[in-house]
Design a protein around this ligand. Sequence first.
Ligand code: PAF
Length: 286
Amino acid sequence: MNAAPILRGLAALRAAVAGWRRAGETVAVVPTMGALHEGHLSLVRAARQGADRVVVTIFVNPRQFNNPEDLANYPRTEGRDAELLAPLAVDAVFVPDVEDVYPQGFSTTVSVEGVSAGLCGAHRPGHFDGVATVVAKLFLMTGADRAYFGEKDYQQLLVVRRLARDLNIPIAVIGCPTVREGDGLALSSRNMRLSAAERAIAPALPQAMGRVAAALAAGGALAPALEAARAEVVAAGYASVEYLELRAADDLRPLTAPGVPARLLAAAWLGPVRLIDNIAIPPRGA
Ligand code: PAF
């Protein structure tokens, strides 16, 4: 089994992509921050189906961490990441240095309004500017035709779609379903930081969200369902629920009832770890 070549410099990446282009091949990119898990691998498999060549990028982007402790503790597992990618026939793994992505004097920020407001945007100041800036750069550096993102980071997915449209970057942004453990916990690189006791508590969040979905499907009102879910999550052992909200699936405008395709989105703290999740809520009567 041949491991994918690891490219650390932009010149090497550009040369590889130019060769594929000359051969008339299409290119997909899967942007990641490493600490890969089955969720990322599902994106790589989707990319494999969608284009002739697949580039996975691994870059822990300092600009999207509003909390220095979170950046310092973010898992870095490059050797294992390479092993996980080896069987997936990836064509290149782009692992740039921070200085290459943000050279001395770097002074441009991509800021997406609207969909980045509220939810994670309200609780992580600067986070989506950091995401939008690095993703715009990764799109331009790879010149890919298609990009794959997990629906787990639903707000991020909409921010990225918007930036590609607004900046006329000719790339199709494709969202892929969240991958979950058997007990319902959404896969996340941050799950690695949970203790065994915290890991046992963690599924309480998706379970409570599922109960909100069931209550709404049965015609129940939103506010009491959200209140019960918050209480349930804290009673299970979470320290706090940062947000639990129903938003329109297309532009994340706040909703008071599921009249249109919607998303229930949550962030909650379990010990030192902040977990996020979201599920689709069909319009009432659908
Ligand atoms: O979802 C992530 O891992 C990151 O936010 C991304 C899209 C790779 C940008 O750094």
